[in-house]
Design a protein around this ligand. Structure first.
Ligand SMILES: [Zn+2]
Length: 405
């Protein structure tokens, strides 16, 4: 009996009166705090928390149908950064392994891939504390050391640093959007360095030679490149995080960033790239599909983008059908990251991902938050078959990481 049959047999999904009642009870309870009513005062957008009156089945999925590998998490981050550029190998630890394992076991998470493991001795320490201490549960990626960028020998130094990181146990290289949007000729000042700058060629090639993937994040939601005004569908998100806006100044456009990235993919066919956040263009799956067709060395993850995928469920479902071997499960989970509800590492976050992938539920929240944090819409499940779930949950990631699960 699969989960769906079980849900039907227990009446969880049957269209009964009992169900209607449980659905209604399951809807978010309005906060008891007094709020202005009707004509008392104009209601500020930030105070508006509409409760959906829709009564439709609510599938609760506490554990994924198959064990998952979360290819995109941030358990450690750079302890020092300036103007968006990480400048220290030293790490800030966001969650102890013993603490994370409790949630992982409860949610059927076989392994977390910590993309921001840093480099040098700090990386080796992360690998020792997580990967080596709990084999098969944690994998750590290394990152470039941009603080050395001004050294004329940088390409060679960076290539060797990747080799050393690999010897120290790194399972891949992570590129934050630092490259393309923050790193400048004088590291934190000057003109922006392009993603396809030849000074990184050796770094990309070294990853190919070592057969480790590059997880690359470039660009951001397309709305971040448009003015933060009344037409912006992510107005509240940008208002909460003004530094996330790439409109104006000397920032390149989303299209330019994607072109720069594509030139890297084309120039390094033997290097495997996991292009994060649905190829960094989840608003346009046609574009992502064209690039997947063009670049056999490209895969994508779905981290922090189920809000986008889930508001286009029919297009997303076709995308998963066609590219089922090239989509990896990821969340962008950050322990104690409450200020970013769409990526906070907790039970609710994973349940939302499972619900999106496994159920055909309608109109539910894409993040554990009172107000949808990325834009005021809700999402729909895409009800993937077991054969695709197995690939997306762990088989594709295991292949890219060269591990057996
Ligand atoms: Zn991330």
């Amino acid at each position: 009996m699969n989960r769906r049959q079980w849900l039907y047999s227990t009446g969880v999904m049957a269209g009964s009166a009992a169900l209607a009642k449980s659905v209604r009870l399951a809807a978010a309870e309005p906060e008891a705090a007094p709020s202005p009513s009707r004509q008392d005062a104009p209601l500020a957008l930030a105070d508006y928390e509409p409760q959906s009156m829709l009564q439709v089945p609510e599938t609760q999925i506490a554990r994924s149908l198959f064990p998952i590998i979360d290819i995109h998490t941030h358990i450690t981050v750079s302890a020092k950064s300036e103007n968006g550029v990480g400048l220290a190998a030293a790490r800030q630890y966001l969650g102890a392994p013993q603490e994370l394992l409790v949630t992982m076991d409860r949610k059927n998470i076989r392994a977390m891939v910590n993309l921001t493991g840093g480099y040098d001795q700090a990386l080796a320490e992360v690998v020792a504390k997580y990967d080596r201490a709990f084999p098969g549960r944690f994998y750590t990626f290394t990152e470039p050391s941009y603080s050395r960028f001004k050294d004329p020998e940088y390409p060679k130094i960076q290539g060797q640093a990747i080799e050393q990181a690999h010897r120290d146990g790194a399972r891949g290289l992570k590129i934050l959007k630092t490259l393309g949007l923050y790193l400048r000729e004088n590291i934190t000042s000057g003109t922006l360095v392009k993603i396809d700058d030849p000074r990184f060629d050796l770094m990309w090639d070294t990853c190919g030679q070592l057969d480790i993937p590059v997880a690359i994040h470039i660009s951001d939601p397309i709305a971040f490149f448009t003015p933060t005004d009344r037409f912006n569908e992510r107005y509240e998100e940008l208002n909460n995080h003004p530094d996330w806006s790439f409109h104006d100044h000397d920032f390149p456009s989303n299209a330019q960033l994607i072109e720069e990235r594509n030139r890297v993919l084309a120039r390094h066919p033997k290097t495997r790239f996991i292009v994060l956040h649905v190829g960094n263009f989840s608003e346009n799956l046609q574009n992502v599909a064209e690039n997947l067709d063009r670049f056999p060395n490209m895969t994508v993850d779905i981290a922090a983008r189920i809000g986008e995928l889930g508001r286009q469920p029919r297009t997303a479902r076709k995308f998963f059908d066609k590219y089922q071997d090239r989509i990896l499960f990821g969340t962008d989970a950050t322990p104690h990251g409450e200020q970013f509800p769409q990526q906070v590492f907790n039970d609710q976050l994973y349940e939302i991902y499972y619900r999106f992938l496994e159920s055909d539920d309608e109109y539910f929240d894409y993040a554990p938050a009172k107000v949808p944090p990325q834009g005021r819409w809700r999402i729909y499940g895409i009800h993937l078959p077991e054969s695709i779930l197995r690939k997306v949950y762990y088989e594709n990631a295991a292949r890219e990481l060269r591990i057996t699960v």
